[in-house]
Every structure is written in C-alpha cells, then in structure tokens.
Design a protein around this ligand. Structure first.
Ligand code: NAD
Length: 512
C-alpha cells in the first residue's frame, strides 16, 4: 500500500484498484443501519436518519440512529464506570491497545477511504491520506506519553525525609465532538489523545459522516479496548448539546467557531469550570510579496484553496498580493484554477469533488452574487452539470478592502485576491480577521519571511509551500494550534502539547 500524506505522492495501480472496488461496493450497498456503541455493545435506539451521497444526491450513503438524552446518559455512565480501571492501567498497556487499533485500521485502508469518499465526497488521495493520518495520530500521541514517561517529574524538597513529585492525571470522561470534513482522522485524534492520557471517551461524530466514524469504533472493538473506555453515539446538534450538558469532565471539539465558543461558554458555567479543548474555523491568508516566485505562489494558493473543495479548516481563502505582482498572480491563479477538474471522487482525474450539502451550495451561490456585484470573478463562479453538490473552484479579485467575503469563513472552493502596497500592509490585512489558524507567505527574501513569522497571528505558518500554501499539516510534523477565534487553549493538536491538555496536574509530597 502506498503511503500518502495530503501533500505527497500519487497512487499505485494496486491501491487504485482496491479503492475502486471498495467504493463500488460501498456505493451499491450503503451502510448498515448504524447503532451506537456503548460499553462494548451495539445499541439500536433512536430514530433512523439518512445521509445522502453528496456526489450522487439521489443515493443514500449511510443510515444511523439519532441518540436521545437517554442514550447519551447511558454512554456517559458506561464511560464513568470504566474510567478508574483505565486510569490505573499503565500507559504502556493503554498504548498497546491503541496501537492494535491502528494496526486494524492499516489493514482496512481502501475500505475506510471508500466510505470517506462516499459520505464526504473527498477524492481518493484525500481519503487515503486521511486514513493514514488517523493511524499516525494514534502513533504520535502514544509516542508523546512515552517520551514524557507518563508526565511524572521529581520536584525539589527542603528535607531528606520529604519526597516531592508532580504528575499529570486524566480528568475522567471526555466528550468528543467531531466535524464533517475529517470525520475519521479528527475523531481518532481527539479520542485517542484523551485515551492515551487515561480518560474514557464518548464520541459524537458529525451527522454528515456517521459511517466513517463507526469504522473507528470497529477498530477499537477489534483491538480489545475494554468495554466502556470508548463509546460512540450518533446524531446531530441536539445530540451534541446533550453530550455537552451531561456530566462529562471535559469536551474536545473540532468544528465551527460559533458552536465551539458556545460549548466553551457552557463548560464555564455550573459548579466549576470544565475544560473545553476546541479547534475551530479559519480565514487563512497567503501573502505574495514582490520577491515571490509567482508560479510557485499561484500553484500553492490554488492547491490550498481548492483541495477537498475548500472545506479544510486550513484552506487558503485569501490571497493578499503586493501590487507589483498582483496582475501576474491573478492571471496565473486563474489559469491554474481553470485547469482543475471537478468530478466525482471515484474518477482518479478529479482534483475536487462535491461540497458537503445543499446549504453549502446556497452559500456558494450567495457569495458568487456578492462577488459579481462588488468585485470581479476571475475564474469559476458556476456549477458543473453533474448529479451532486458540485461547484466550480472560484477566484475573485477587486473586492473593496474589508468586504465580508474577505472576512467570513465560507468553507467552500472560493478564494479572494486583495491588492496591497507592501509587506507591512499585507500583514495588517492578513491579521484583520477574528481567526488565526494557518497562514502562508511566498517570498524569496529571508528578511521578509522573518517579518512575516514574527508578526502573523496564526498558529500554523508556511513559507513557499507549492504543495499547499496553508494546508497539509501532518501529525508530528506540524503542530496545529488555532489562535484567536480558531481555538481556545493556546495549544493545538498533532504536536507535543496536545496529550497533556487532557490531564490536570497533581503534586505529591510524601514525608517518611
Ligand atoms: P459544526 O460546528 O457545524 O459541527 C461540528 C460538530 O458539532 C458536529 O458533530 C455537529 O453535530 C456538532 N454540533 C453542532 N451544533 C452543536 C451544538 N450546539 N452543541 C454541540 N454540538 C453541536 O462544524 P462542521 O460544519 O461539521 O465543520 C466545519 C467547521 O469545522 C469549519 O468551521 C472548520 O474550519 C472547522 N474545522 C476546524 C478544524 C481545526 O482543527 N481547527 C479542523 C476541521 C474543521
């Protein structure tokens, strides 16, 4: 099996064939009616909801049951019952279980990738890379607790008969709420970090992709993770709210800023504050200076803007270009964009598949109208004649400074290009949004790059990345921290500071 990341490689013939066979099967059969997983058992409770295939909207991709308050309460209870034993299990044994789940996933890559393509419309390269990311997230977090030897350290003492240590301890039960765009990798990332740290978990994945997340539950069961340590409940925002309102000890959330901030607020109410680890949206800029290689910049911006149909939190949605190279960049970006193929994920030549749902298509049409009224469509703006939620990758120039299309997260294949006088103004414009997730710069000048890294308000930054101006972070390679409205804790996923956020500190003084 070829190992892919979001920014590397292409598939080999065997991988292609295996993926295509699995996609045909998944499409023909759809998911079984998915129940919840509570205390190691599948629970068929609640109304059935259906998820359509965004690439062929007259087909159903998956069916699952909506968890009500009773189901959520049972799942949280099961996680509470399992937490003491899991906490007391040495981290090496916990890691062994999680790594066994990773091995199971490794043996099911084409099948899981096909399900991801079916439910989210992502292309095969994006889907296979996402499965690989899930595996690497487990490995990264297991390695972190090993590298830190369980996060226990000796402290100073004032006398020979006093021994002082400090240790990080799990909170107990974490509720985990996932987004639609990486429904496998991010549910795994948040849940596995919580479990590596010794917490038990109740996961509620996105209602748009229940089948993808259910594969993780299958991996956990196959790995022999003890009953109740990992529980899965399906459903939409109502189920999410129930989980937030339940007596969990903390929530890990990845999704929109609006929902994430509401969750954080809720967890600060009540008898005491509970941790809300939130990773949220972005309005990610790529700056192009007068000293940039403009070909590199145009390709890097297009790849980051249109990969996964612009539905990555890290997608580049704003190019900010110094006036000396503005016309050249606009022309090259438009040309590169017109060469990208929109098509069904099963077609290996598709660069982007459909967007996730009808609401996103409506948002696209509204944005195109606004762009026509207030700016200029350089490329795209239309809808291909295909039987799903397809829209063209779109480049917009000449909008007035501060226009809402250059400020609000749109989450679709849509990038604006803003002209500025110099680097100073470019950085000001880049920072003029509430978000602070990813950012890129194209310059061949080291001093310009240093100025950018020093002043940019973003947690994940790149220079001269042709493979993706602002996208493609990978576990253990880039840490992924949202600043401002893109996160709440000042520490992110994928890197060395994630696992400890699922733990709290205790010092121990023992006098003999
Ligand atoms: P969303 O906020 O609409 O939904 C995310 C999850 O929250 C879903 O499971 C949903 O059912 C649940 N939910 C919705 N309302 C809720 C409520 N009131 N209480 C509790 N749960 C609720 O986000 P989405 O559309 O699934 O995902 C796209 C968003 O996620 C974008 O804003 C994107 O930038 C962001 N995202 C961020 C990162 C990151 O690492 N920073 C990664 C991926 C996606």
């Amino acid at each position: 099996m070829t190992r892919l990341t979001y920014t590397s490689g292409s598939l080999d013939a065997d991988t292609d064939a295996a993926y295509e066979a699995e996609l045909a099967k998944a499409r023909a059969e759809g998911s079984p009616e998915l129940g919840h997983w509570i205390a190691g058992e599948e629970v068929a409770a609640g109304e059935v909801f259906e998820r359509e295939n965004p690439s062929f909207t007259d087909e159903i991709a998956s069916r699952a049951r909506e968890a009500d308050a009773d189901v959520i309460a049972k799942a949280v209870e099961a996680a509470k019952d399992a937490r003491v034993e899991w906490r007391r299990t040495p981290y090496a044994e916990r890691n062994a279980k999680l790594r066994a789940a990773a091995r199971w996933i490794e043996e099911h890559v084409p099948e899981i990738a096909a399900i991801l393509s079916l439910e989210t419309g992502k292309t095969r390269i994006e889907a296979i890379a996402e499965v690989q990311e899930g595996i690497d997230l487990i490995e990264t977090y297991c390695s972190e607790i090993e590298r830190n030897d369980g996060y226990t350290h000796p402290l100073k003492s004032f006398s020979d008969n006093e021994q002082n240590t400090e240790t990080l301890r799990p909170y107990g039960v974490f509720g985990v709420i996932g987004p639609f765009n990486f429904p496998f990798a991010l549910c795994i990332g948040m849940s596995s970090a919580a479990m590596v740290a010794g917490n038990t978990v109740v996961l509620k994945p996105s209602e748009e992709a229940p089948w993808s997340a259910a594969k993780f539950a299958e991996a956990m069961n196959a790995a022999g993770v003890p009953a109740g340590v990992f529980n899965l409940v399906h459903g939409g925002p109502e189920a999410g709210k129930e989980l937030v309102d339940s007596p969990v000890d903390g929530i890990a959330f990845t999704g929109s800023a609006e929902v994430g901030r509401a969750i954080a607020k809720r967890l600060h109410e009540g008898p005491y504050t509970r941790p809300a680890l939130t990773e949220m949206g972005g309005k990610n800029p790529a700056i192009v200076t007068a000293n940039a290689d403009v070909d590199k910049a145009a390709e890097g911006i297009a790849r980051a803007a249109f990969g996964l149909s612009g539905q990555k939190c890290s997608a580049c949605s704003r190019a900010i270009v110094v006036e000396d190279v503005y016309d050249e960049l606009v022309e090259k970006l438009g040309e590169f964009t017109r060469g990208l193929k929109v098509g069904e994920p099963g077609d290996p030549t598709s660069f982007l598949g459909p967007v996730i749902n009808e609401k996103t298509v409506a948002r696209f049409e509204d944005a195109v109208e606004a762009a026509k009224a207030d700016g200029r469509i350089v490329a795209g703006g239309g809808r291909p004649d295909l039987p799903g939620y397809y829209v063209e990758p779109t480049v917009v120039g000449d909008l007035p400074r501060g226009h809402r299309l250059t400020r609000d997260e749109l989450f679709m294949p849509f990038v604006t290009v803003t002209k500025v006088a110099d680097l100073d103004e470019a950085i000001e414009e880049a920072n003029a949004v509430v978000y602070g997730l990813t950012a890129g710069i194209f310059t061949e000048d080291d001093a310009e790059a240093e100025e950018f890294f020093d002043r940019i308000e973003a947690g994940i930054t790149y220079r001269n990345r042709r493979a993706g101006a602002t996208t493609g972070a990978w576990p253990g390679t880039q840490s992924f921290c949202g600043w401002k409205s893109s996160g709440t804790t000042g520490k992110g996923g994928l890197g060395p500071h994630y696992v400890p956020q699922f733990m709290r500190e205790q010092s121990r003084t023992v006098v003999s």
